[in-house]
Ligand binder design. Sequence first.
Ligand SMILES: Cc1ncc(COP(=O)(O)O)c(C=O)c1O
Length: 440
Amino acid sequence: MQPKIKLSGINIRKKQVFFDQILIKTLTSRFESPFFIFSQKRLIDNYQLFYKAFNQYYRNTGIYYSIKTNYETKILKTLLDLNASTEAASYLEILLAEKAGFRGQQIILDGPAWTDEDIANAIKKNIKTFNVDSVDELIRLNTIAKRINKRVRISFRIFPEIKMSILKSFIEGYIAKFGVPISRAVDSYRIAKGMSHIEPIAISTHIGSMITDPSYYEKAVDRLIQLASILKSELNINIEEINIGGGYGIQSLNYYSLQNVILEKAGISNYSKAAPIEDFGKRIANRFKNQVDKYNLGNLKLILEPGRFIVSDTGILVTKVVAVKDKWIFIDGGINLIPESIFFIRRGFIVANKINSRTNHKYNIAGPSLNTADVLAVDQKMPKMEVGDVVIVLDAGAYSLSRSNQFTLLRPDALFITDKGQLTYLRKKESPSDILNKLL
Ligand SMILES: Cc1ncc(COP(=O)(O)O)c(C=O)c1O
């Protein structure tokens, strides 16, 4: 099936493949394969779509883009110009946000494993809110804040213990390592309230990634708002913000769940697609508003930390076929550049130089490394493939560059098309000396 074509980013016109207004063919002759290419216009469109989906139903909404998803400076700068704030998961990410122009008050800090040095640095940067992962971390935060003589505003990351699908609940076992279980939340806030340099003002959570069904968020909203009400009545804590994290699924990616693997093996393929973002926005924001009214909590702020939705289809990876062997084709970019496992995510592919050929063959698409897991797709319907064919990997904008590594190969160029249509660089490719000079 051809992927859904939008107005910016990847598009096919007059039997040719474009990214924004630029013909892919003109790029493959100019730049060494593989390369990433990103669209500023698609990024702006995605952000505005996301913002509107929530804001039209609940005005007091703040978007804190999750830096780890893609931290390239031009991406962050574009989002800053759109009035976004950010969620950082490490001190490095605070520095990356600063490089793009964000101030401390536009950054929320997350993460389960801060060092004392990270905490001190973040306090000095005047970070807006610390999403604290445990009481242990809270105690260290208070000690360091006291030493620096600053009060810090915190939320606890709460694990809301919502039942999900078979595979999601399997992953949930791992997600439980983050945050405080909701059953221990009131005790944790009580401890925070008694601390000299801590001000508990928010509740946060993050329930997973590529969530396809808005109802999980509705359940999380119910639990967190009820918690805010209990904190008010039992501890006299005034919660100002509820942060429901990221995870909003996107429609151009298929979530490859265990259930779907079984259905496919049985010959009944049924990949679950994410709900449209308009449904996420409408259902979550309306639920939030109703619950806030029900518990009489005033003008509580709704914080969202999207990552994938904002950047996934802003980027593609343009590769070439370097080997063909029976059912296998090998392209020159793989798990080193897009490390997310195919067991969770199914991407789309376009063979740019054979756009009009019938897709009457099935191939497994492998990346270039000697790693058994370096497989991007299985049984992908494609035209007859040859060495030199140009394979575009779609939805390569999230968790790609930021998670890329140098397993046997160097990182390639990443290009950027501005909203005015100008072609520039997001980052330049590495050279062997970038690696060799660091080895002592
Ligand atoms: C705390 C937190 N917020 C937001 C995100 C962004 O999630 P997504 O890219 O699925 O929207 C993540 C991703 O892991 C996260 O850990």
